[in-house]
Design a protein around this ligand. Structure first.
Ligand SMILES: Nc1nc2c([nH]c(=O)n2[C@H]2C[C@H](O)[C@@H](COP(=O)(O)OP(=O)(O)OP(=O)(O)O)O2)c(=O)[nH]1
Length: 142
């Protein structure tokens, strides 16, 4: 079988499920002009070469939301993959209930706190959909 690998770019994306005291998770809407514009995603982004996943997520949450979080507060929840001709994406989802500061949308069009039912109804990137079920036990029902 032919090897499709070399034509593709590989990226590691790290994302956070930040959970508030009511058991809701924070999602952000991708800004106009970006890829996947208008879809709702977990805050995070691409890991840079040499960064650990946790280091990358601490940096992204500072840049995108202006919050401070300890790497030790990040609990692995699930991963997902999305592959096409050009790209092999691996998405790691971490959860945390503890951070410092109030999230603000420095990178996104909007922020929203969602219970599980609302999360299931949001349009999300394809790689996010398989993460919803593993995240459900962390969230409140309504
Ligand atoms: N942060 C985040 N990114 C996600 C999620 N699901 C998902 O497919 N992605 C994709 C969208 C982007 O292609 C990539 C994250 O890139 P990024 O946030 O660092 O950078 P970006 O939007 O400027 O990148 P780009 O896609 O416009 O090139 O991962 C998610 O839940 N959170």
């Amino acid at each position: 079988m032919e090897n499709a690998g070399p034509a593709r770019r590989s990226i590691l994306v790290v994302a956070a499920a930040l959970i508030d005291p009511e058991g809701r998770v924070l999602v952000q809407q991708r800004a106009p002009g970006k890829s996947l514009a208008g879809l709702w995603e977990f805050p995070g982004g691409k890991a840079e070469p040499g960064e650990s996943p946790e280091e990358a997520l601490v940096r992204e949450l500072d840049e995108e939301l202006g919050i401070a979080i300890d790497a030790a507060a990040l609990s692995p929840v699930a991963f997902s993959t999305a592959t096409d001709d050009a790209l092999s994406l691996v998405l790691l989802l971490f959860a945390s209930r503890v951070w410092r500061g109030v999230p603000r949308p420095f990178d996104a069009a909007a922020l929203r706190w969602c219970a599980i039912d609302a999360l299931r109804r949001l349009p999300m990137p394809p790689a996010d959909v398989p993460l919803i079920d593993p995240l459900a036990p962390w969230l409140s029902a309504t």
